[in-house]
Design a protein around this ligand. Structure first.
Ligand code: PMP
Length: 373
């Protein structure tokens, strides 16, 4: 059987230089989200072996509402709720599913999801499936968010507002204005939904995230596959919202439960953050160093994610190839993942690189920039 329409669509992508591939990894890691270097660490390997030794199964064998619920899931959820400072937590198979669950389930008919223009694709997937109205506000602009709410209210918007942001943006590396947004949420009796995917383990006290300590109704999402070095995602919120997800969220109800082994490993990551403040502190120190190194290239970095914006796909791909040839694993990020005309390198500073490597990378970027100018 042939699939001529699929073939033609792929050929069209290739012609525009947009065909994507599952790339192999090589070189110093400046591309992953393993921000604390935990993924392959002895700490998590030992945690996995220990869990297997305790009889924790690799596979759940069913959904959480049927036979797949395991004490490891429940222990993880209790520990995560305590660590992140929420009433309750729910462990999902991944952040993508978690965002689908949150946005398709929690905002109800008549509500407004007011989201940052650069919110992650998974939040859009959830919004598409949900019943609430969805509007965006200009990236990181709390005043624009207030304007959109006022507009919606003026048209008779009856329900509750859910303000959806990422605390650290995955492709920009900048931080949401959380205190201004929390003030807005308080004024509007809104709920703040904060995707902490790139902040968990890195920002906040002992890596508890940037929303930690923010007052008012809060839903936070902490992914397990980034700084925490494992997989899955934890949604933290009021009990009534978590119970709503358990009863209504299709990505929770109709999916096989995450591997109990993975829950056990995540428990070890959270315990490490709690017991070894040096972990999050190390990430913070690396960030200070990164900021300085990026400044020398004229880039004002706010986090461990540094966008080197090059504009055209061609420039981004060419620069990535040059850096890869020098032993740096750097990837070009192109539209539609990022807005048109902002193709870039996404430099992600992980726990497995030394300061001298970071310095060498930014020196190479600066040299390439000069050569291209
Ligand atoms: N939210 C954000 C901001 C992300 O960057 C990602 C992953 N790239 C996700 C959610 C999805 O998380 P996961 O990879 O665990 O499915």
């Amino acid at each position: 059987m042939s699939f001529p329409r699929h073939r033609a669509a792929l050929d069209a992508l290739a012609q525009r230089g947009r065909l994507r591939q599952r790339a192999t990894t090589a070189g110093l890691d400046f591309a992953s989200n393993d921000y604390l270097g935990l993924a392959g660490s002895g700490l998590l390997v030992r945690a996995a072996l220990d869990a297997l030794g305790r009889g924790v199964p690799v596979g759940a064998g069913g959904s959480r509402l049927l036979r797949g619920n395991h004490p490891e899931h429940e222990a993880l959820e209790a520990e995560a709720a305590a660590f992140f400072g929420a009433e309750a937590a729910l462990y999902m198979g991944g952040g993508f599913q978690a965002n689908q669950a949150i946005f398709s389930t929690l905002p109800m008919q008549g509500d407004l999801v007011l989201h940052d223009a650069l919110i992650h694709a998974s939040a859009y997937e959830g919004m598409r499936l949900g019943r609430a109205e969805c509007r965006s506000f200009a990236h990181n602009d709390a005043a624009d968010a207030a304007r959109v709410i006022a507009e919606w209210r003026a048209l008779g918007g009856p329900g509750r507002v859910w303000i959806a942001v990422e605390s650290v943006y995955s492709m920009e590396g900048d931080l949401a204005p959380l205190s201004a947004l929390a003030e807005l949420a308080a004024r509007e009796d809104a709920v703040l939904v904060v995707d902490e995917a790139h902040a968990t383990g890195v920002f906040g006290p002992q890596g508890r995230g940037l929303a930690h300590g923010v007052s008012g109704p809060l839903v936070t999402l902490h992914t397990g596959g980034k700084a925490l070095g494992a997989s899955g995602a934890l949604i933290c919120a009021d009990k009534v919202l978590i119970e709503t997800l358990v009863n209504r969220a299709r990505p929770f109800i109709f999916a096989t439960a995450p591997a109990p082994l993975s829950a056990a490993v995540l428990r070890a990551s959270l315990m490490a953050l709690q017991d070894q403040p040096a972990l999050a502190e190390g990430a913070r120190q690396r960030m200070v160093f990164v900021r300085e190194a990026a400044r020398a290239c004229g880039i004002a970095a706010q986090s461990q994610i540094v966008p080197v914006i090059l504009g055209t796909d061609h420039r981004a791909l060419a620069m990535a190839a040059v850096l890869q040839a020098q032993g740096f694993d750097i990837r070009a990020i192109r539209p539609p993942t990022v807005p048109k005309g902002t193709a870039r390198l996404r430099v992600s500073v992980t726990g497995s690189v030394a300061e001298k490597d970071i310095a060498a990378l930014f020196a190479a970027i600066a040299a390439e920039g000069r050569a291209a100018a």
